[in-house]
Design a protein around this ligand. Structure first.
Ligand code: HPA
Ligand code: ZN
Length: 325
């Protein structure tokens, strides 16, 4: 049966915001533990609020939810809950984003966030035998100076991180706004990725490639509007970390039945399937594969290609990648 085939297929998660894995149950538990008031009466009440019309309507709720995260223990619990969940989805390698500025801007020290997340990551490595990398994502609605301050705060942690990313409100915040901090991050030995073409135009994907010089594009859906860009992405074997349930929840794709994932593969793009913010968009990585496979009638060959692409697009070294293929 295809569902079991998908679950048992080893895969890498490359596009996951750890703050977006905060389930309403844990949000309530942490609100109580930390005496933080949240504007919801029940877990059902929280879920009922998860109806989005675009990226910004989601981000407003996602940043509000993060307010319950205060201590190292909270970040540890958040991370371990995520890894416990996806160990059941066949995830053997994960590269996860965190948004330090979401926390430092509300008075939580960078070191509290990093200590907590690494404690959760270490626990998950030991418990599940997964390989795990952490990617620090800059918030693009803030200015580059703020990203530089974050890069400075991260200095003691950089040798434990694998890369930097760029997320939050895309429209009006092109990749070029972060050219210098990405250059500094690359010089520090970090690999680079950026959200581009989720809501923003193909020009933002061009900028991510040409100005930021990214190793991977997060989302990238709107590349499909630009045939020259598609040809380039295919030629350069640039990985696109596509998130089908996110695309539907944020109305970038009308229905999962209309999702272009198989069109991307047919065009020769190195597309992969990921979950983005599973607590908010209705499913973890396995559910993203299952619903997309069903709705698009994907063949086993296509499903295997998507999982293979997740390792090819990972930040593992060549030897480790070869071990997963
Ligand atoms: N897009 C941009 N920023 C984000 C997202 C997303 O899907 N999730 C969390 N931050
Ligand atoms: Zn994302």
């Amino acid at each position: 049966m295809t569902d079991d085939f998908i679950t048992n297929l080893p895969k890498a998660e490359l596009h996951l915001h750890i703050e977006g894995s905060l389930e309403p149950e844990l949000m309530f538990a942490l609100a109580e533990r930390n005496k933080v008031a949240i504007p919801f009466k029940s877990v059902e009440d929280v879920r009922a609020a998860y109806s989005f019309t675009n990226l910004q309507t989601f981000l407003d709720i996602y940043y509000a939810g993060a307010a319950v995260l205060k201590t190292e223990e909270d970040f540890h619990d958040l991370a371990l809950a995520y890894f416990d969940r996806v160990a059941q989805d066949g995830v053997v390698h994960a590269e996860i984003f965190f948004d330090p500025q979401t926390h430092t801007h509300r008075g939580i020290p960078f070191d509290v966030v990093a200590n907590g997340l690494f404690a959760g990551i270490d626990a998950a490595r030991a418990k599940h035998g997964m390989s795990i990398g952490l990617i620090m994502s800059y918030l693009r609605h803030l200015d580059e100076e703020d990203a530089f301050r974050t890069f400075e705060q991260a200095q003691p942690w950089l040798d434990q991180m694998i890369g930097v990313g760029l997320d939050s409100s895309e429209m009006g915040h092109p990749p070029s706004k972060f050219a210098r901090v990405f250059e500094a991050s690359a010089e520090a030995g970090l690999l680079l990725c950026a959200h581009a073409g989720e809501e923003g135009p193909p020009a933002y994907i061009h900028e991510a490639l040409d100005i930021l010089r990214v190793d991977r594009i997060d989302h990238g859906n709107r590349a499909l509007e630009d045939p020259v860009l598609v040809a380039r992405l295919a030629r350069e074997a640039m990985t696109l970390t596509v998130c089908p349930l996110s695309n539907v929840a944020l109305r970038n794709v009308d229905r999962i039945e209309d999702h272009p994932i198989d069109r991307m593969l047919d065009l020769g793009l190195r597309a992969t399937i990921h979950s983005d913010d599973p607590a908010y968009f209705g499913g973890y990585i396995g559910e993203n594969y299952r619903q997309t496979a069903r709705a698009r009638n994907l063949s086993r060959g296509q499903i295997v290609t998507l999982a293979r692409n997740s390792f090819l697009g990972s930040f593992l070294d060549d030897e480790a990648i070869a071990g997963h293929l």
